[in-house]
Design a protein around this ligand. Sequence first.
Ligand code: HEM
Length: 441
Amino acid sequence: MSRVTEIDSSRLKIFLAFQNDPLQFVSSLLYDGDMVSLRSSRKRPAYVVNSPEFVQEILVGKDDFFIKGRSSSVLSRTIGDGLLTSEHEKHQQQRNYMQPVFYKERIQAYAETVIGEARAFADRLTDGQTLSVSDEMMKLTLTVIAQTMFATNLEERKSELAAAVNDTIERSARTLFLPFILPLGVPTPGNLVHRRAIRTLETMIYEVIDDAFNHPEPYRLSLLGLLMDTKDAQGQGIPSDEMRNQMMTMLLAGHETTANLLTWIWFSLAENPEVEAKFHQELDHMDLTTGSAMENYRKLSYTSLIIQEALRLYPPAWVILRESEREVSLLGETFPPQSTFLISPYALHRNKHVFKDPDVFRPERFADGISKWPRFAYFPFGGGSRSCIGSNFAMMEATLILAVIGKQFRFRRVDTSSVVPEPLISLRIKGGLTMAAYKHG
Ligand code: HEM
């Protein structure tokens, strides 16, 4: 019997349902079969993948049959050919030269920066202050990325650059699932906003690259320093437009994801006082001002469970897209070239047959590890050759930011409006999240 089922609806209805509410759409198909065909065009069929086995086959087993396809074309309008968007040998080559930025020793040094920035943020907060937690987390993670990856202090340009990153992400997300992609050169209002945002980011990036060539020493241990030192077999260095692409990649991939995750966590802690109490109990027993940042990070075991649970319920990368380049056989089923596969961690992480009470925020479910679930039932950082290169960095960053701020403050919502997830490039809270900060301890 085929493991591919066909959805019982017209193409137009499917298209509209997806456009209207992508999360609801993918979730509604979760129990309709291991792989659900969307009855899209015969030439370019599309499928929603529901079974961890198929996910593993696509991301790992048969990964060389697939490219990122549409998601790459949309993002490359901003990033160019960077690690997130490049394909084939070029991707492999870029992954090899970028990997050392994420070596353990480097992460240790970044951890000190994270602690410093989180502490500066907490020191500025006052008891009873109302703030946009979503905006503040964006600015905080942007500062961290700029310091660790580009050895650059953004200071007063933080808000402008955060807004520019936001614009590029919003414009890219709005384009991702449109029936056709209008070239960026067409002067629609949306494209003009997008182009302006790219210019803002590029100006900062090229200023930093110029400065790094003139005064290399301060940049030596950053991504930029690594890019400047990298040579190919012929002794050729990386051209500055490729450096620009990799820096743009880090701005887009490495800051919004973590900021959204943190925002979801502050929301979840406020909604789940028992979890919040255990979180504070862990922090009360720790002195984050002594010992190395990395040592402290390793001791924050309950905080780490909270993060894993938030990554389950609110995975920033809510969808992973793949397109087959040629005919491919997956677990005995054959799919034609140019088939699109929609893999949604958001939907799969809520499978009631895998996770008991899937909608409940319960960090303890991770206490004895994840090996009790099928592989790829839980995969917030993707998998295979395209898995997240920054996953260790992200876990360290989120843990230390939560701990440093959580040691002094708790947050409460200031209104009762419902919190709605918004699936852009990464999963946000629609309209942001405003909360009040209260000092404790
Ligand atoms: C909670 C935070 C994060 C989450 C949930 C996340 C998730 C992901 C996922 C699922 C992928 C794979 C996408 C695919 O297969 O199509 C990915 C790729 C990537 N991520 Fe992350 N990410 C996070 C943070 C970061 C950070 C902090 C950085 C950099 C400092 C980063 C850099 C990248 C890059 C460069 C890629 C592309 C890797 C490649 O294709 O070789 N991410 N991320």
